[in-house]
Design a binder for this molecule. Structure first.
Ligand code: E4P
Length: 217
């Protein structure tokens, strides 16, 4: 599974980039607004840090406005993937822009039926929001499983990007369900490192080593 960071924050991206395990970045209007910079500048800066798919979302809601906005976003960098919402207008924009060779991430997906529509419209990525479904008492991982099955049944090339991942079990369960990509905040990625037995084991290794090779310390 590819790992994407869900952030617009350059410090987080630089820190995670050092680990060499980040394959791409997703942003949304809330995350870009949090950084207070123009979207063109922020996305260009992100593209300098991570060499992979970088999602940049339109803020128009009508197809006739989303289409030129999407074209403009796509021109920022070759790695930009244009994000549109899973609305009727978003699907028109997806169908139109995908025919022009622009790669689309269709976001705010909460059902397998919606995911089917995005694939039919030529989406490069579909983004089902696992955490937000769980917040409502649903099962976000089940949705990932359903979408992966439908896409496999009909050989759709659209990649399933499990979004809104809040915990390490979310990441593991989505990987088991067959998601192609998981996007998560820095905090979730950082939590994936942690295991008490790793810390305990390392401490013991260091102690045993020091007893023989550094006895004066
Ligand atoms: C995905 O692309 C979205 O930006 C994101 O995963 C939403 O996550 P949230 O539900 O934690 O805001």
């Amino acid at each position: 599974m590819k790992i994407f960071l869900d952030t617009g924050n350059l410090d987080e991206l630089k820190k995670a980039a050092q680990w060499g395990i980040v394959d791409g970045v997703t942003t949304n209007p809330s995350l870009i607004a949090k950084e207070g910079k123009k979207i063109e500048d922020q996305i260009a800066a992100i593209c300098e840090i991570i060499d992979g798919d970088i999602s940049a979302e339109v803020v128009s809601t009508k197809a006739e406005d989303m289409i030129p906005e999407g074209r403009k976003l796509a021109k920022i960098h070759k790695n930009v993937v244009v994000k549109v919402p899973l609305t009727r207008d978003g699907i028109i924009a997806c169908s139109t822009l995908s025919k022009e060779g622009i790669r689309l991430n269709v976001t705010l997906c909460f059902s397998a039926g919606q995911a089917l529509l995005a694939a039919k419209a030529g989406a490069y990525i579909i983004s089902p929001f696992v955490g937000r479904i769980d917040d409502m008492g649903g099962n976000g991982v089940d949705l990932i499983r359903q979408i992966c099955t439908i896409y496999k049944n009909y050989n759709f090339k659209t990649q399933v990007l499990a979004a809104s991942l809040r915990t390490p079990p979310h990441v593991i369960d989505c990987a088991l369900a067959g998601a192609h990509i998981g996007t998560m905040p820095f905090k979730t990625l950082d939590m994936l490192f942690n295991h008490p037995l790793t810390d305990k084991g390392l401490e013991q290794f260091m102690k045993d080593w020091a007893k023989v090779f550094e006895p004066t310390k």
